[in-house]
Design a protein around this ligand. Sequence first.
Ligand SMILES: [Zn+2]
Length: 62
Amino acid sequence: MMIAVVYEHMVEETMLTSTPRCLNCGFEAPHDGGEWSSASVPPLGDLMRCPECGSTNILGRW
Ligand SMILES: [Zn+2]
């Protein structure tokens, strides 16, 4: 259930910035910079994952 809440939050905030940012630790990097990892989450598909803390709670556009 927590993942669904996070996903809704991401959709609402996506248009506010063009640089993805980790909401957990504050890591920020361009989407095309090759610094982000990806995570396959079955209900949602592929998500960006923070290389610093491993969180998928990323704010941004990709
Ligand atoms: Zn992070």
